[in-house]
Design a protein around this ligand. Sequence first.
Ligand code: 13P
Ligand code: SF4
Length: 335
Amino acid sequence: MVIVDKPQLKEIEKKGFYDVEVDPSLDLFEEIEKLKREKNAIILAHYYQDSDIQDIADFVGDSLGLAQQAAKTNANIILFAGVHFMAETAKILCPNKKVILPDLNAGCSLSDSAPAPLFAEFKKKYPEHKVITYVNCSAALKTMSDVIVTSKNAVQIVNSYPKDQPLIFAPDKNLGAYINQLTGRNMVLWNGACMVHEIFNHKKIADLLSDHPDAELIAHPECEASVLSLSKYIGSTYGLLEYTKKSITNKFIVATEPGILHQMQKSSPNKIFIPAPTNHACACNNCPHMKLNTLEKVYICLKYEVPELLLDSETIQKALVPIQRMLDISAQLGL
Ligand code: 13P
Ligand code: SF4
């Protein structure tokens, strides 16, 4: 049993995470399940979370799937095991529910690469352009957007605009360039990128592919064009997972955050998954933001319902418009 007193709770709220000891003899899986039932809470987890968090989650998915689940849940509390912008999206979709995040400091380098005041200035230079924004951005950026997209629906949503409509795409330049290539558009791109997907090494991947001629490279579209050019399949985390299930290939080099390998291995236990090599000497390429969440933090967060994700009502109202537009278009497209 963990006892957290009032001053400690205040401390968690201030710091954004727990640092109280959790009794190592506690069965956290059992405790978390009990708390979920007692509080009518659900856990939504992204594929980049640690495998134990994925295993205790009610739903594991990509950004679109997680937003869709948040929009339709009847739970009173959403524990979002992901990063800050994802929890914000859940709060915008469910302003009357309590949204909690195991560590409020779980940010995103891609989201940080587009500070809202700078983006507002940038947008002024393109008064005729519609703003298409990747979901990996702050709520403030969403309020300045016409529509939000994820890596699963971006191409279709861009194509829903007339060819002669000028567009801005933010914040990911790699995803933006990939969509420009697929759609034949010339969207103006914000110069942002994800620290995890930018550091895959083209030469090492090419060498690995020649060492494993029976393997296919599959990649997330946040990777650079040189890596995408070697890939057999490019898609969102959900898309990558589905591809590995359906493909007749038995060996994959996976160019995205390695948390996804847990579900790949679970669904295809006889297939081989190799994390794509990076510029670093170290083999792993974990997202340091995603990995701030731990099972202990999930437990404390659910037990004491802190830290809570809060947003002002004006931001919620304005950011909801482009998010809802994305969900409506996705539903029409059957995504
Ligand atoms: P998806 O899961 O939507 O593909 O996004 C990947 C990602 O980088 C999330 O931070
Ligand atoms: Fe952000 Fe990249 Fe981490 Fe996703 S993987 S949360 S885009 S830093």
